[in-house]
Write a protein that binds this ligand. Structure first.
Ligand code: 4AD
Ligand code: MG
Length: 461
């Protein structure tokens, strides 16, 4: 007999004479002549009620159907007499597939998120984390759908790389050298030439540079993969390993880039709203009461577009006391970003034309000589969710930028080649996958939207 998922059983349109349900017992309640099991198999938020008649031969081992135990139930799908559910299963056989002793940590509700992080291997069996990871899966699918339907090609950029795209020096080194006794050069330094790749190699911080090479061939492409940052910031929005979506478009400028980023964010909200309604309703009830209003609000109103200079003026005139002062030429801090989107405009804000001095080498210089064609999308509750730019396509300007960032054209010869051979205006952006998931779920900490979070001092599991 083939298994029916709880999700499909709950959506049945007629009773069934014979059904097989496999899952984990959430609760058991014993009455005189029956026991009631709530069985959840993760296919959806809700569990299915199973009635086990005390007259059944299998009833002898009902006590083994404890919370957390894996069970297989064969029986009839019948209309439920109880309130709150349409269908239930009248068991004919009950098999205990895997017992679960009393020390199972998910016995009762009301564990803290901090505690659940310590049992990240079990937390997907809780309501909250089941919902988070179902939505995560749907969001990934929606991302591929969005780009595939627009004719973008999915490019697998390398995880191991020698270049520091963002230039922030926050890379994890990948090496097979013996750290206790590395080979030495004549001068006494570590001989990187004898490392596995013949030079220093790192985990990538972004697939952008390689995606650019493909955009300059296939026109519209995107990457979607893990990225790594060795930044020692212990915040609720930073992880050392996170997933990023990076579209890159040839024959595109900053306007087109912002248009796509805003359309993309809206399309993802629309998709999840339509396809994860039950899980979102759960978040709205238990995690963030404002969630659905905020999502709909974002869908209904256009994003505010604001040059960086104007953002600085607004922040300086706000009359607020900032932890970090607002100064023209400096990066905006999370508190500034959040004020703009949450308090001032009360909608997503796209800030563009940032100071050249605080941005990476690849961004296109504006004619003012002071700013670059960069943009960040800021959303309520999160701050920066997207960062992108038009890329410098002029070889001479790129060379100046490389020099200004103390980067060697020798190392970026292939990147410069794109500007030598049929160069073209192009642009792209990166959307932080976990930040988007935080936004659509209302979950406040990035550690709670990644299956196994990697943060400073923590790589358990
Ligand atoms: O702004 P970032 O650093 O931009 C880039 O990496 C560009 N190369 C993207 C591009 O133009 N193709 O990162 C992009 C996004 C951020 O807006 C944020 O959402 C997310 O990636 N992000 C992080 N998410 C979680 N943990 C971190 N440590 C993150 N750093 C960036
Ligand atoms: Mg950024």
């Amino acid at each position: 007999m083939t298994r029916t998922l709880v999700k499909d059983a709950l959506a049945a349109d007629s009773p069934r004479d014979s059904i097989l349900i496999q899952g984990w017992v959430r609760t058991r309640r014993d009455a005189k002549e029956f026991s009631f099991l709530e069985v959840n198999d993760g296919s959806c938020l809700r569990g299915l009620q199973v009635i086990v008649d005390a007259a059944l031969p299998d009833y002898a081992h009902i006590h083994r159907a404890a919370t957390g135990a894996a069970v297989a139930v064969r029986g009839r799908l019948v209309e439920s007499k109880g309130a709150g559910q349409k269908w239930e299963v009248a068991a004919e056989t009950l098999e205990i597939v895997g017992e679960c002793p009393g020390e199972y940590p998910l016995q009762k509700k009301g564990h803290t998120l901090e505690f659940l992080r310590e049992i990240a291997h079990l937390r997907p069996r809780s309501n909250l984390f089941g919902a988070v990871f179902r939505v995560r899966s749907r969001l990934a699918y929606a991302i591929h759908r969005f780009f595939q339907e627009k004719g973008f090609f999915y490019i697998h950029t390398p995880v191991v790389t020698a270049s520091d795209c963002e230039g922030a020096g926050e890379m994890f080194r990948v090496t097979t050298l013996d750290l206790a006794a590395p080979p030495r050069t004549k001068e006494g330094g570590v001989d990187d030439a004898r490392d596995f790749f013949g030079k220093p190699a790192f985990l990538t911080v972004s697939g952008q540079l390689e995606a650019e090479t493909f955009a300059c061939a296939l026109s519209n492409v995107y990457t979607f993969g893990p990225t790594f940052r060795a930044e020692n910031s212990n915040t609720s929005r930073h992880a050392a390993e996170f997933w990023m979506i990076e579209p890159e478009m040839a024959f595109c400028d900053l306007q087109g880039d912002m248009d796509l980023a805003e359309e993309f964010v809206k399309a993802l909200i629309t998709d999840v709203r339509a396809n994860c309604a039950e899980d979102l309703a759960f978040f709205a009830k238990f995690v963030d009461k404002e969630l659905l209003t905020r999502l709909d609000f974002v869908l209904e109103r256009p994003f505010e577009r604001l040059p960086y200079d104007d953002a600085v003026d607004l922040l300086q005139k706000s009359g607020r006391k900032w932890e970090y002062p607002v100064e023209r030429g400096q990066n905006l801090q999370a508190e500034h970003e959040r004020w703009l989107t949450e308090e001032h405009f009360k909608r997503p804000v796209t800030v563009f034309n940032y100071p050249k001095a605080i941005k990476p080498f690849y961004m296109r210089a504006n004619d003012d000589g002071r700013t670059v064609a960069a943009m960040d999308v800021l959303v309520p509750g999160i701050g920066e969710i997207v960062g992108g730019s038009q890329r410098e396509e002029r070889l001479d300007v790129l060379r100046e930028n490389l020099a200004a960032h103390k980067l060697s054209e020798k190392d970026y010869w292939w990147y410069a080649d794109l500007r030598r051979f049929g160069t073209v205006p192009h642009a792209g952006f990166g959307l932080g996958f976990e930040r988007m998931l935080m936004f659509v779920s209302g979950v406040a900490n990035i550690r709670d939207v990644i299956p196994f979070a990697r943060t400073p001092g923590s790589a358990e599991f």
